[in-house]
Design a protein around this ligand. Sequence first.
Ligand code: ADP
Ligand code: ZN
Length: 188
Amino acid sequence: MLSIVPRDMGWIEVVCGPMFSGKSEELIRRLRRAEIARLKVAIFKPAIDDRYATGHIVSHSAQRLPSIPVSSSAEILEKARDSQVIGIDEAQFFDIDLVDVCQKLADDGKRVIVAGLDQDYRGKPFEPIPQLLAVAEYITKTLAICVQCGSPASRTQRLSKDSERVVVGAADIYEARCRFCHEVHDDD
Ligand code: ADP
Ligand code: ZN
């Protein structure tokens, strides 16, 4: 008999957008629902991101879920073996190997939900999210509110002078801005 939704099929979902746009909230919502469905859920975040509680993913609205800090994407593959649903927060802090890891997990029948920044503070595509968007089955783009003008905001403004791509921080050095209000300086 033809099965329109093959059983045991995995897939990749990506939730992306700027800081403060609700990516973590959305990830937490989906993972909580998976837990309600009594699925085996594993949640990961990069060890570099220890801004709030280590051992939890936390939203700016203070929602939280226990998570496993990992220092490489290979570690996710290893530790997700027994799970049916895999959540990964702050995916922009992982290297490009995360794409292969997510593909392998999905090929293996797992639902993989990845949240991360799609642009860096200059507004440039932020690997590995663009590559994940290309291979994902489902994509959600979340927008924040521009703190300058109140429009929907797709960008993250860095308020400090650092020019490294990865500077871990929150409300003190970053804010959400729209395309019009976002500023990139020549020496950035
Ligand atoms: P992200 O994971 O995308 O950084 P979070 O899920 O952690 O976002 O936080 C989203 C929450 O942040 C919102 O529900 C709201 O309470 C709060 N917030 C703070 N600043 C803003 C802003 N400029 N625009 C929208 N939400 C904001
Ligand atoms: Zn604006």
